[in-house]
Design a protein around this ligand. Structure first.
Ligand code: AQP
Length: 325
């Protein structure tokens, strides 16, 4: 049995990229592994977010994670800020990381570009993410393709710390799905679907109504070549649709491509498949929102369990670097 850890920020409306790149795979591994899933609210503070919105979104993200199928009987679901070892270990790891390696982080460059002021926390974000995972001695981290670079940094930090201070952390591996590892925006297929990009037509929300899903898929940007073929370089829009169909139905992208002569039929089937995929999530979300007390109880129990594991690792790391206790 492996230990699995992953997290998501409570910073927006969750979309198909979050679901297919991450949540769906969390649900798939939860019964065979020791799994920790975390609402990473401290990460959300790296960009400006209204305090009451953050509070609300934190609970609502827990609702979403339960609605997609996480089973609180088998996983530890908790809020990052409820376990104080996360920022404490992050400091030890900030003193392990170098400015040079943080300067190379692509996501920092993307998220900071064009801003007049950039919070220092946005720069050190990948180190806090490393602390999140290393605290639980995770072997595997199921994430979307956009997190690969952060995972590489995390591994480097774990190895460096272990070499300098003695074996303290398990060195984790990224687990990225074979299909839909990077779901692209339907309007700008050259960029990933994202909560922080204002692209209402290009982003399919997990709670979108069927008619909105249908409209967004129908208007998805393709190309003028007219042939259905999987080629992400030359045909990013069509390839994205094929990946969505494949992830939603289980057929391979090649098999899916061979079924269609034109974009209209492909779009119709993609829309239908997405509507069926997301319908149970919408329904379950509505049910859970009616009993937030139960969701809060799940998070409290999760924080207790997480804290027990995290405190052992933190104490070991603190002792290893020579902190007096
Ligand atoms: N487009 C995507 N395709 C596949 N996987 C994706 N993920 C995010 N977008 C896609 C995966 O979702 C998980 C949670 O991500 P997050 O919200 O914590 O951070 P993120 O990667 O920064 O997600 P967003 O939606 O793009 O948010 P913003 O706009 O705030 O940057 C991660 O496993 C991620 O890989």
């Amino acid at each position: 049995m492996a230990t699995v850890f992953s997290g998501v920020q409570p910073s927006g409306d969750y979309h198909l990229g979050n679901y297919l790149g991450a949540f769906k795979n969390w649900v798939a591994v939860q019964h065979e592994n020791e799994a920790f899933f975390c609402v990473v609210d401290l990460h959300a503070l790296t960009l400006d977010i209204d305090p009451s919105e953050l509070r609300e979104r934190t609970l609502d993200l827990a609702v979403t994670l339960l609605a997609v199928g996480l089973d609180p009987e088998v996983v530890t679901l908790f809020v990052q800020s409820h376990v104080p070892e996360h920022p404490r270990l992050a400091w030890l790891l900030e003193c392990t990381a170098t400015v040079g390696e943080l300067n190379r982080m692509v996501q920092f460059k993307e998220k900071s570009s064009g801003r007049e002021t950039v919070r220092a926390g946005l720069y050190t974000y990948p180190v806090l993410m490393a602390a999140d995972v290393l605290l639980y001695q995770a072997d595997q981290v199921p994430v979307g393709d956009d997190q690969r670079q952060h995972l590489e940094l995390m591994r480097d930090l774990a190895v460096r710390f272990n070499n300098r201070y003695g074996r303290t952390f398990t060195v984790p591996e990224a687990v990225v799905p074979k299909v839909a590892a990077r779901v692209m925006d339907l309007q700008q297929p050259g960029r990933k679907m994202s909560k922080s990009i204002d692209s209402p037509l290009g982003t399919v929300g997990l709670l979108d109504a069927p008619k909105d899903i249908e409209r967004k898929v129908r208007r998805a940007v393709t190309d003028t070549d007219g042939r259905v073929r999987y080629d992400p370089e030359a045909k990013p829009g069509v390839s994205n649709l094929l990946e969505l169909l494949s992830a939603a139905t289980g057929v391979s992208v090649e098999e899916a491509a061979a079924r269609y002569d034109g974009y209209g039929d492909l779009k119709r089937d993609v829309a239908e498949a997405l509507i069926s995929l997301l319908a149970p999530i919408r329904q379950r979300t509505a049910e859970l929102r009616a009993d937030l007390g139960e969701v809060e109880r799940i998070l409290t129990a999760g924080a207790d369990r997480a804290h027990k594991v995290a405190s052992v690792t933190y104490e070991r790391a603190a002792k290893a670097v020579g902190l007096f206790s």
